[in-house]
Write a protein that binds this ligand. Structure first.
Ligand code: ADP
Ligand code: MG
Ligand code: ZN
Length: 614
């Protein structure tokens, strides 16, 4: 991979020139003798005695000044002539030679001694300091003292040099489809311009670690064939306040010159964390960097073809301002692969190693439930290593099976790979939600259920799509929603006669909703049209604070409990009535790990169901 780095060296040269000037001045004032040390001044008497001793080599007389050397031309002397008419004769007698004497040391020697030698320590110190600064500042082009503009340290990828295509990313069809549009735009922006459409300026890839976010971004670059600026969020974190912001500015400047192009900010949560008013006090630098990023994203012209991609596995910690329309308004989920996805990923990576012909990926993908793309890639590699260890030419089914255990066991504590029983419970829990939702007339139809662990830490989830926009919800709809939240727990109770910790989020949501119904929406008989709660800090999180007496509060808590309990009972009744469907659907989900809304409705509406599988 060919990467071009273009650090600007100008400021550094500037410092070298300053140093040079300082050395010149020092040279003239402090060490003038450096140049003249070979010439010694002597008295005329000494000169005379040297001529008598026949100890003079060459002589040069220029006006009153006599310059001469000793016999062996070792040293140069200088003296001032007094009135001495016999001088010439005496010098002849002493055997001296009249000639011009070069009092200057040789050009090269003079240069070396006078300039380079004193400069050398400066150059060396400068060089090492520069290198250490670079290391300490994470590749900040060696601009010492933080002056001037400077490079962003963003790597510039030469077009198509990532060499990764969408074909290298298995599964993740949803993400690929959404990103495909961006690629198309970068290929043929005129098509979009003609109709007046601008593409989202930014897209945020969200998903757990190792699911291929970075890989997808590289694939976009590979497909689009445009320059690709890749930088990690942590590279913006700087020692000095203001430097991170300067880097952001510079990155966008570079990108604007190279448009159409892609900017990719990996692990953006490092700079994009929420700016909380409450506990701040600290990180001015990070906040400035984030503000700069927001400004830049607002500033550039979307039709020009600069697309900002970013990746994070902690979307909940991102500043809401980043997710506002006009910035990262397109959110692309990159979730853990389901069974089919895992098979595909195994196949992609298996192409890189030599495999036995009879390898079947399905059982391997099945045992590796909950594994991420990175873990699956690792499994394939482990299998190859195992084959080498055994002295075989290719990896076998057994190698793969074994390495699943090695890799998954290694990961088991860290990541959320579900055991068989857990998977079964989660399947019932999720179908519980979905069934309750679907069977209540006002609830929205289910779009997709999966029991692959999600980014949020929830073990499964039920995706509901509201039919049409609605901002106003009736009391009945809200009650149904609460019933849906309790549906998961209800299914567990019904089938396993025990409860698990898996419902904590449901409980929280249901309680919140019930409380809001009573205190904010005025939907209870007791309190009616009275606001018991005010929302503070509406744009940052929206915390609610109570505005009522402790007695009312106690009464309200009781009311909330009653309300949730009532809906819980309703959910239980619904599930009991449709227990057959519950088993069927949960069985299907357990086996396939994902069920679409259509499959769900098909099974639900099927009249004469065959025996449930699994
Ligand atoms: P993330 O950035 O989401 O943490 P990466 O993109 O760095 O994950 O993925 C790490 C590695 O895992 C990739 O280099 C690739 O080998 C493998 N990988 C992850 N997801 C996939 C996938 N969907 N298809 C193929 N390989 C994948
Ligand atoms: Mg990554
Ligand atoms: Zn739940």
């Amino acid at each position: 991979m060919q990467e071009i780095k273009q650090p600007s060296k100008k400021p550094l040269i500037f410092y070298y020139i300053v140093t040079l000037l300082i050395v010149m001045v020092l040279n003239m004032t402090l060490f003038p003798t450096v140049l003249q040390q070979r010439v010694q001044d002597v008295t005329y008497d000494q000169f005379m005695s040297m001529t008598y001793d026949k100890n003079v080599g060459q002589v040069e007389i220029e006006g009153d000044e006599i310059t001469f050397t000793d016999k062996d031309n070792q040293n140069i002397y200088r003296t001032t002539k007094t009135d001495d008419p016999d001088l010439t004769q005496r010098l002849y007698d002493s055997g001296a030679v009249f000639q011009e004497i070069d009092t200057q040391p040789g050009m090269l020697t003079s240069l070396l001694v006078g300039w380079v030698l004193p400069l050398l320590p400066f150059l060396l110190i400068g060089y090492f300091l520069n290198r250490r600064m670079k290391k300490a500042m994470g590749g900040a082009d060696g601009m010492m003292f933080g002056m001037g503009g400077g490079g962003s340290g963003a790597k510039m990828y030469v077009p198509s040099s990532t060499g990764i295509r969408f074909a290298d990313v298995a599964g993740e069809d949803e993400a690929k489809e959404l990103l495909g549009e961006i690629v198309d735009f970068l290929h043929d922006p005129d098509k979009y311009r003609a109709i007046g459409a601008t593409l989202p300026k930014g897209a945020l890839l969200v998903g757990p670690p190792g699911t291929g976010k970075t890989l997808l971004a590289k694939a976009v670059a590979g497909e689009a064939n445009v320059p690709f600026f890749s930088i990690a969020g942590s590279e913006f974190v700087e020692m000095f306040v203001g430097r991170g912001a300067a880097k952001v500015r510079d990155l966008f400047k570079q990108a604007n010159e190279k448009a159409p192009c892609i900017i990719f900010i990996d692990e953006i949560d490092t700079i994009g964390k929420k700016r909380d008013g409450q506990f701040s006090g600290g990180n001015d630098e990070r906040e400035q960097t984030l503000n700069q990023l927001l400004t830049e994203m607002d500033g550039f012209d979307g039709s020009k073809g600069v697309v900002v991609l970013a990746a994070t596995n902690r979307p909940d910690s991102l500043d809401p301002a980043l997710l506002r329309p006009g910035r990262f308004d397109r959110r692309i989920p990159v979730e853990l692969p389901d069974l089919q996805g895992r098979i595909d990923i195994l196949k992609v990576h298996a192409k890189k190693i030599r495999l036995a012909e009879d390898v079947d990926f399905e059982p391997i993908a099945k045992t590796a439930a909950g594994a991420s793309g990175a873990e699956l890639a690792n499994i394939v590699n482990e299998a190859a290593l195992r084959a080498v260890r055994a002295g075989r030419q290719y990896a076998t089914q057994e190698d793969l099976q074994e390495s699943v255990e090695v890799v998954i066991a290694g990961y088991q504590k860290k990541s959320r790979v579900l055991s068989d029983q857990e998977k079964r419970i989660v399947a019932y829990h999720e179908v519980g939600h979905a069934l309750v939702a679907a069977l209540q007339s006002h609830s929205a139809p289910v779009q997709k259920i999966t029991i692959i662990p999600r980014t949020s830490g929830a073990l499964g989830y039920t995706l509901q799509v509201d039919d049409g926009d609605h901002f106003l919800m009736s009391k009945e709809e809200l009650l149904n929603k609460i019933a849906t939240y309790t549906g998961g727990r209800a299914a567990e109770e019904l089938v396993f006669h025990s409860v698990t910790t898996g419902a904590s989020n449901d409980i929280e949501q249901a309680t919140k909703l019930a409380r809001a119904m009573i205190s904010q929406y005025g939907m209870s008989d007791e309190f009616g049209f009275v606001a018991l709660q005010t929302v503070t800090n509406q744009y940052l999180g929206g915390d609610a604070s109570l505005a009522c007496s402790p007695e009312t509060q106690a009464l309200m808590d009781k009311k909330v409990t009653e309300l949730v309990e009532e809906q819980h009972r309703k959910a239980l009744t619904i599930l009991k009535e449709h227990e057959g469907k519950l088993h069927q659907l949960a069985g299907y989900l357990y086996q396939h790990e994902t069920i679409t809304g259509k499959e769900f409705m098909d099974i639900l509406e099927r009249q004469e169901p065959p025996e449930a599988e699994a």
